[in-house]
Design a protein around this ligand. Structure first.
Ligand code: FAD
Length: 440
């Protein structure tokens, strides 16, 4: 008996329910990944990370006697063809929430039925299944975080599953070519794969203690940086949440709950990247291509904003506090639509995914689930609070390296002689009149 596991965003052997079930129930297993030409064009950074993760998974599976079978094309057609060639009774895969993933799942179900094969869906992309927790036990998704968190924390989570020891491929199934990782766009991007994820996870578990005090400190870099590994499933979110809770790191587990929270919203609202969560949420946004471009380039003249935008380009990752500040700057200060912001982040972020990127953008823009949608972040106060000595800003803006301490946050307040010597722009014209904190 043979089974096919179509891997998508669960690129790991540890706590992988779809893979574990196939290995428990079938003698021969085909772990399959289909390179879908429709994906990957959007983000060179994520394409590189994904290929690295696939190469790593292939090496792990080979060590276990099996392989990662690679095909290129339409995942539905390829999965069915491989399943037929392997004489498999069915295909298993992790359930996902995006519109693209659900359409793929539906098409695969129909094709499996046509060929008298089963399609089994498994958990694994989140701690708790999106859709498992409903407000009042029925209806749609939770739109406010706190009640979701209470229910999430009180819920019984599934057990972690065993890691398969040995995997045997059916005869006649060729492994297929895995192209080398293409170049990404960010020189300092993290390396993809379960091996690297486990190394970072182990290190993080030794440093998780001061998370509540450090996670907003932009210079300290006191967060786990595990988000890209969760994005591609190189690490099980359930394993991570269990390990955090075992160490009493409730604040950290709460952040993982935010991730689950946006997945259950995305399940209810597949158009999260284009439609406001609150139907009345959108205000009239300004169209200002010049301001938008300066924001993208990290040249707004507001150092903490520019530092965040440049960190994202350099590393394919941005500190959460900087994401809040830069997103609020675009929407609440420049008054520009959140959707181009979503797209720009989506191009660069290794962890970029629809639920978390769009969900968080909507929270900041006030179109989403924020209970205080009119909140307006003052970037200077944010900078003074979360980067008081300017260390984070100087790290990413070499033009300001010579300005000591917190003065770096307001270059417009420096003496004329110093300011004129800086190769750094003044604040944007469109922004200058509006912002009281820009006044000298
Ligand atoms: P840690 O602080 O170590 O947190 C642990 C994990 O909890 C993270 O890896 C992440 O999976 C989860 N988490 C933490 N904060 C959030 C949050 N606010 N929402 C959802 N999950 C969270 N996160 C993404 O994974 N993908 C995105 O595309 C994304 N886009 C964002 C866009 C904006 C405008 C904002 C404000 C936030 C966005 N986030 C996104 C959430 C958050 O910034 C990142 O998850 C976090 O910075 C990742 O770094 P870390 O792994 O060190 O986080």
């Amino acid at each position: 008996r043979a089974a096919v596991v179509l891997l998508t965003r669960d690129l790991r052997v540890r706590d992988n329910p779809a893979l574990a079930a196939a290995c428990a129930n079938a003698e021969q297993v085909v772990p399959l990944y289909v390179l879908d030409p429709k994906l990957g064009r959007l983000s060179p950074n994520r394409t590189r990370f994904l290929r690295q993760a696939l190469a790593d998974l292939r090496a792990t599976l080979r060590d276990k006697g099996g392989d990662l079978v690679i095909r290129t094309g339409d995942p539905v057609a390829e999965a069915v063809e491989v399943a037929r060639a392997a004489g498999a009774e069915g295909i298993g895969m992790a359930a996902d929430v995006s519109r693209y993933a659900r359409t793929r799942e539906q098409r695969l179900r129909e094709e499996c039925e046509r060929h008298r094969m089963s399609l089994k869906l498994f958990p694994g992309l989140t701690v708790v299944d999106p859709g498992a927790l409903r407000p009042g036990g029925g209806g749609s998704a939770y739109k406010v975080f706190s009640p979701y968190h209470r229910t999430w924390r009180a819920a019984t989570w599934r057990d972690e599953v065993a890691t398969p020891d040995r995997i045997t491929l059916p005869d006649g199934i060729t492994a297929g070519h895995l192209p080398d990782p293409p170049p990404g766009e960010s020189p300092d991007a993290a390396v993809g794969g379960e091996t690297e994820a486990r190394r970072k996870f182990a290190t993080w578990m030794r440093h998780i203690g001061p998370y509540p005090e450090l996670h907003n400190d932009m210079a300290a870099d006191g967060t786990s940086r595990l988000s890209p590994y969760l994005r591609f499933g190189c690490l099980s979110p359930l394993e991570l949440a269990n390990a955090a809770i075992k160490q009493g790191a409730e604040e950290y587990a709460r952040q993982l709950c935010w991730r689950d929270f946006y997945y259950q919203i995305a399940l209810m609202m597949p158009d999260l990247s284009t439609q406001p969560i609150r139907p009345s949420g959108d205000t009239s946004w300004r169209s200002d291509t010049d301001a938008l471009q300066h924001w993208r380039d990290g040249l707004t003249g507001v150092p903490v904003v520019d530092a965040g935008m440049r960190q994202m380009r350099a590393e394919g990752w941005m500190h959460n506090r900087a994401r809040l500040i830069t997103a609020a700057f675009l929407t609440k200060h420049l008054g520009v639509d959140w959707r181009p912001g979503v797209q720009w982040f989506f191009r660069w972020l290794l962890d970029g995914d629809v639920p978390n990127n769009s969900g968080n953008w909507q929270w900041v823009a006030g179109t989403g689930n924020d209970t205080r949608p009119y909140r307006k972040f003052n970037p200077i106060r944010q900078a003074q609070r979360f980067d008081p000595d300017g260390v984070y800003v100087r790290r990413y803006i070499p033009e300001l390296k010579g300005i000591e301490g917190g003065a770096v946050h307001q270059p417009w307040r420096l003496p004329d002689t110093v300011r004129r010597g800086l190769d750094y722009p003044g604040p944007l014209e469109s922004h200058r009149d509006e912002a009281v904190w820009l006044r000298p």
